[in-house]
Design a binder for this molecule. Structure first.
Ligand code: URA
Length: 241
């Protein structure tokens, strides 16, 4: 069956359809050895050899990794400003994985990397957004009433935040800072940083330590590991699959 190239790429888990269009326009896709840069072209995925950046997409096995993103790395597969990207760390993989959701350049921690476009879409959909836990360090000693504001919800320019779970970990009086964790299920841009700005304690360090059933166990910065069977089945359940 003939289908539009961007649809084939999305179905193969390369990227969302919109991202796939950008990949095509960038001249990164070849069909039977010929570079295709038009969006309207239709092909039969079963009878063509389709590659992205030289890697074949056909019949790609779905793979799932937890990646420990260091600070100073962009959550994209390519960066026009030539900064380090998450793709730089996954080059040894035969499959083309992409990040599910994003972490800011200066946020470290857990990123799910996969080539399963369907799971990625479900996880990102507001109706399935899974819990995400962040470890936050801010300068100063944050009073309980301020942490309560985060728990109740704060008014950001894009609306009130949903109630969050906040646990105070330590007050470090010597270094004058506070360490706490916060669990949210929304996925707004720079949400934790903006919430902390709102209470008057801008973030110094931010690290995602959990995403649904996933954690960073066994990983050091810049490393990745395969999800266990149990993690994958819990993650799929959380995504409604
Ligand atoms: N919230 C933020 O502010 N930044 C991130 O990277 C993730 C969540």
């Amino acid at each position: 069956m003939e289908e539009r190239l961007q649809k084939i790429l999305a179905a193969a888990g390369i990227a969302s359809r919109r991202e796939a269009e950008k990949i095509i326009l960038a001249g990164r896709v070849k069909v039977n050895g010929k570079t295709i840069t038009e969006l309207g072209c239709k092909f039969d995925a079963a009878s063509c050899r389709i590659t992205v950046d030289g890697k074949a997409i056909a019949a790609e096995k779905k793979v799932y990794y937890v990646f420990y993103k260091p600070r100073g790395v962009v959550t994209t597969m390519a960066d026009p400003q030539k900064r380090r990207t998450v793709a730089d760390f996954m080059q040894e993989l035969p499959e083309r994985v992409f990040p599910v959701g994003r972490l800011d350049y200066n946020t470290e921690g857990l990123l799910l990397m996969t080539n399963d476009g369907e799971l990625a879409q479900k996880l990102m959909h507001p109706s399935h957004e899974v819990n995400k836990t962040y470890l936050v360090r801010v300068p100063g000693i944050v009073p309980q009433e301020k942490l309560d504001l985060l728990r109740i919800g704060v008014q950001l320019e894009d609306g009130l935040t949903a109630p969050a779970v906040v646990n105070l970990r330590t007050y470090d009086h010597e270094r004058n800072n506070t360490l706490f964790d916060i669990t949210i299920h929304e996925g707004r841009n720079r949400q934790v940083r903006r919430m902390c700005d709102f209470i008057g304690f801008p973030v110094r360090d931010l690290k995602r330590i959990k995403l649904g059933p996933l954690n960073l166990s066994g990983l050091s910065k810049g490393k990745f590991r395969k999800l266990t069977e149990a993690e994958l089945s819990e993650l799929k359940k959380a995504a409604g699959l």
